[in-house]
Design a binder for this molecule. Structure first.
Ligand code: GDP
Ligand code: MG
Length: 442
């Protein structure tokens, strides 16, 4: 019930009722098992669990949600973040100066040629003129395979000339594309069944010649731990820009995605989900995070928990704001929500009557990076300092600045901004808090 929910939040605001170590450890044990079952690489599991524990420690209990579910929610958010965040997945980087070159790299059988065809179909539908070129001189049938896929996708393929080396074919593809006005050239390369020096050298040479906008590493998600080793090796030798994981249709677990992303830091751009040309999905961090944690019902649970947590927090915040109260904990909470809602602009757009502040913030040039820094400053404060910023004299400010890795001037700026926000909220609250009640949907 609403009252339960609110009292849970009030426990938090009075400093009681944080998640216990026992709750956190129990829940994280389950999460750990889920990650290992999903075939996430062990070092990645370790790092992730440690981070999740840190995030969950000190979090307030929300009464209407089981503590374990709350920890799962925190973990899920961490996974989504680690997989690249909630936003729109990063698409292909197309060059301002056509032709854009896309280079496909990866082991043999990983799905490079198929993915090249899938990308061609996708780009063709976006009305791009695409040229597919096979640089696979090792397998006689490989060039034919790509030519057939090109026909199916309704795009052109580079005429096959026997006896040319891969770098020579790359040069020929580039000059044809320039002469004939193609928008995109996709270079499909040969792979080996295992990592080897010759393959890497050739791939690096092709990358140097073709100067691709995208160098995509195609990896088979079913190869699990091997995929991680492959990604590492390719990443060391090639200027990779993104990952494509194939056979996601056969991988119920998604562990390779998390491992590869964690190890390379590269965005996962697409998932291959069938043998057909249409079988290429834009990567969706939330879906994969749900899969890693253990199938669909986790996502439903997590979404319900998230709604309750957000609603409870928003209600408590609105009540305090309506009374003209606005401490640094609340500011930190606002910063967090702001990020979740798509940055400054997103949040300010949602608040009624905050146009003036929005303008101020726009004028002051606040960016999401600054938001991160502000959050770091607040988290370096003690609980008492967050409640009563008045007690912050010079030595405390120095300690906080050092803790957050910023200058004292940054701390002062934050405090000034907090005072301005508090004043703005106080003046808004003179209408009896109606604006805030509406904002929280009460
Ligand atoms: P390459 O050696 O890296 O060029 O790999 P291919 O593109 O020739 O693909 C090898 C095999 O994997 C083919 O039989 C493809 O049909 C299959 N394949 C590629 N991508 C996917 C995918 O996303 N899902 C499934 N189920 N099969 C795939
Ligand atoms: Mg191939």
């Amino acid at each position: 019930a609403l009252t339960d929910r609110l009292s849970g939040v009030f426990d938090r605001l009075s400093g009681r009722g944080v998640l216990s170590d026992k709750d956190i450890d129990e829940a994280l044990r389950e999460v750990r098992v889920a990650l290992l079952e999903a075939d996430v690489a062990l070092p990645v599991v370790r790092e992730f669990i440690a981070k999740a524990k840190e995030q969950a420690t000190g979090e307030a209990v929300i009464r209407s949600v089981r503590p374990a579910d709350q920890v799962v929610k925190i973990t899920y958010d961490g996974l989504v973040d680690m997989l690249g965040g909630e936003g729109e997945p990063e698409g292909l980087n197309l060059s301002m100066n056509p032709p854009t070159v896309i280079l496909m790299a990866g082991l043999q059988g990983s799905g490079k040629t198929t993915t090249a065809g899938k990308l061609a179909l996708r780009l063709g539908k976006e009305r791009k003129r695409v040229l597919l070129a096979s640089l696979d001189t090792r397998r006689p049938a490989a060039m034919e395979q790509l030519a057939t896929l090109a026909k199916q996708a309704g795009v052109d393929s580079l005429p096959i000339v026997q006896g040319q080396s891969a770098p020579d074919i790359a040069r020929r593809a580039l000059s044809s594309a320039k002469l004939q006005g193609f928008d995109v050239v996709i270079l499909d390369t040969a792979g080996r069944t295992t990592l080897d020096e010759q393959m890497m050298t050739e791939a690096a040479e092709i990358a140097r010649i073709a100067n691709p906008s995208e160098t995509l590493l195609v990896a088979d998600s079913l190869t699990g731990q091997d995929a991680v080793r492959t990604a590492k090796a390719f990443h060391e030798r090639l200027p990779l820009t993104g990952l494509v994981l194939t056979r996601a249709d056969g991988d119920g677990r998604g562990g390779a995605a998390l491992s590869m992303r964690a190890v390379t830091g590269l965005p996962i751009k697409f998932l291959g989900v069938s043998e057909k040309l249409e079988g290429l999905d834009a990567f969706d961090a939330r879906r994969v995070a749900g899969r890693i944690l253990g199938q669909g019902d986790v996502v439903a649970l997590v979404e319900k928990a998230a709604q309750e947590i957000d609603a409870a927090k928003a209600e408590a915040m609105a009540k305090k704001l309506a009374k003209g109260q606005f401490d640094l904990d609340m500011m930190a909470e606002q910063l967090k929500q702001m990020k979740r809602m798509g940055g400054m602009e997103g949040l300010m757009g949602l608040l009624p009557g905050v146009q003036k502040m929005k303008k101020q913030i726009a004028e002051s040039g606040v960016t999401d990076k600054m938001v991160d820094r502000q959050a770091a400053i607040i988290s370096s404060m003690t609980k008492a300092e967050r409640k009563k910023p008045d007690i912050l004299q010079a030595s405390r400010k120095r300690r906080i600045a050092a803790g957050a890795g910023v200058d004292v001037a940054d701390v002062n700026r934050l405090l000034k901004q907090h005072r301005q926000m508090a004043d703005a909220f106080k003046s808004l609250s003179r209408d009896g808090g109606k604006g805030f009640a509406k904002m929280a949907g009460m």
